[in-house]
Design a protein around this ligand. Structure first.
Ligand SMILES: Cc1cc2nc3c(=O)[nH]c(=O)nc-3n(C[C@H](O)[C@H](O)[C@H](O)COP(=O)(O)OP(=O)(O)OC[C@H]3O[C@@H](n4cnc5c(N)ncnc54)[C@H](O)[C@@H]3O)c2cc1C
Length: 268
């Protein structure tokens, strides 16, 4: 039986150039270019390798503003067959609970599915909650840090890499796997695939009309998380002291003296 694989990707602000609003402590997202969460490209690559090896269809799902169409075109360019952009103002302001709830309801509409593939975490919020929470809503087994996967006689055999050991698990389908970052080399876009994204209208946009969720369960209204303290950029005052001598021994002694006198360092 061909596999029905769903891969979830997040459209994130490029955090290398993002700043924090000093008054509200939130990310300044306006005017910041967005990208596909880089770790989700490892998830896409794993999904495509499974499809190539065992046959099937790969569907990408992203809950994001309309600008994420560019990201979905990119993954279709990599070889994804179908993409669903879940986009509606009522989904905005969602915490991880409301995000995972919405994603799980979208995924339920795509039944029957065999393997759900998520990234390890995002580069903007990086909670790594969404995979586990979505699996929990859907009541499917979940495995994190997956680096390799096979599908043998209807069973998913997934390898995960921990700090000091490698573990191999067998999971029934459907199941959800979160792929370890950098566990593979995501393939480049193929022009023929990318043209398909433009010509064949393979990106579907689902608003809440299609998903049909209660307003109190989604977006800001469905989000119990309260940010009590804003993110602050720590200021690190520098004393700008400089040793101007040439001798290394003297320099080390000077540095140790400074650490003892100025910073209260104790030598035991
Ligand atoms: C009160 C509050 C309001 C917020 N408002 C907003 C807001 O308006 N806009 C906003 O962007 N964020 C908002 N956030 C942050 C938002 O909750 C998280 O970004 C989101 O829930 C995903 O969490 P994460 O980035 O930590 O994902 P992780 O758990 O680190 O992600 C793991 C994996 O889950 C998948 N995934 C995660 N998010 C999505 C998604 N949206 N679509 C598809 N797959 C996904 C990806 O495969 C990803 O690699 C808000 C948070 C709070 C607490």
């Amino acid at each position: 039986m061909p596999l029905n694989i769903i891969v979830c990707i997040k459209w994130v602000p490029n955090t290398q150039i993002v700043n924090i609003d000093p008054n509200t402590g939130t990310l300044i997202r306006e005017g910041v270019p967005s990208i596909i969460n880089p770790h989700d490209l490892n998830a896409v690559e794993m999904a495509l390798r499974l499809k190539e090896k065992y046959g099937g269809v790969v569907t990408a799902v992203s809950m994001a503003p309309m600008s994420a169409k560019t990201g979905l075109e990119f993954v279709i360019g990599m070889g994804v067959d179908r993409a669903i952009l879940v986009s509606d103002r009522v989904f905005a302001g969602a915490d991880t609970l409301a995000t995972s709830y919405t994603l799980s309801k979208v995924i339920e509409k795509l039944r029957p599915f065999d393997i759900l593939i998520f990234g390890q975490e995002t580069i903007d919020s990086s909670t790594a909650h969404i995979g586990a929470q979505t699996a929990s809503w859907l009541r499917v087994p979940y495995l994190y840090y997956v680096v390799d996967v096979e599908y043998i006689n209807g069973v998913v055999r997934a390898t995960r890499r921990l700090e000091k050991k490698i573990e191999v698990y067998e999971l029934p389908t459907p199941c959800l796997l979160a792929v370890a970052m950098k566990s593979n080399e995501p393939r480049p876009v193929k022009l023929s695939h990318k043209l398909r994204a433009k010509m064949e209208n393979v990106i579907e946009v689902w608003t809440n009309n299609e998903v049909g969720l209660k307003r109190e369960c989604i977006g800001l209204r469905g989000s119990p998380t309260v940010v009590e303290k804003c993110i602050v950029t720590p200021s690190v005052p520098r004393k700008k002291q400089r040793f101007d001598g040439q001798d290394v021994r003297e320099a080390v002694k000077w540095l140790v003296d400074r650490l003892i006198e100025d910073e209260g360092l104790k030598i035991i």
